[in-house]
Design a protein around this ligand. Structure first.
Ligand code: SF4
Length: 121
């Protein structure tokens, strides 16, 4: 027996609509390339998302620093990721790409800065 789901492939601007057939074997329909097929399989088994958010930064021109997970985390871990970052305070300066939190929410994924943030003068 299969359980059909649909998903939009977000790996390129074409945005192919995928059908995920998740019975004994996982089959993907609607993809136009191998990348989309692999994306669909991942979506069927363990969907992941990159999580963008902000954290409080002290001593900088702006009060919040844009950050994101360096790669996707499982959907059921997103709330834990946000919870762990909610009360975090870091100090300026920060460079784009700096690791802000290692292994956030025990996902083996780091949180990285999305931009430079100098010390306020
Ligand atoms: S299946 Fe391939 S062509 Fe279609 S959106 Fe995904 S990456 Fe792009």
């Amino acid at each position: 027996m299969s359980d059909d789901k649909t998903s939009l492939c977000i790996r390129c601007p074409k945005g192919c609509r995928l059908t995920l057939l998740t019975g004994e074997d996982i089959k993907i329909k609607g993809h136009q390339c191998k990348i989309g097929e692999e994306y669909g399989k991942k979506e069927a088994i363990e969907p992941e998302r990159v999580v963008p958010t902000t954290v409080k930064i002290l001593g900088a021109k702006w009060p919040r620093l844009p950050v994101r997970t360096e790669k996707g985390v499982p959907l059921d871990k997103i709330e834990e990721v946000i919870d762990e970052l909610r009360d975090l305070e870091i100090n300026a300066p920060v460079k784009k790409g700096d690791i802000i939190v290692k292994n956030v929410a025990d996902t083996s994924v780091d949180i990285i800065s999305e931009r430079d943030m100098e010390v306020k003068r």
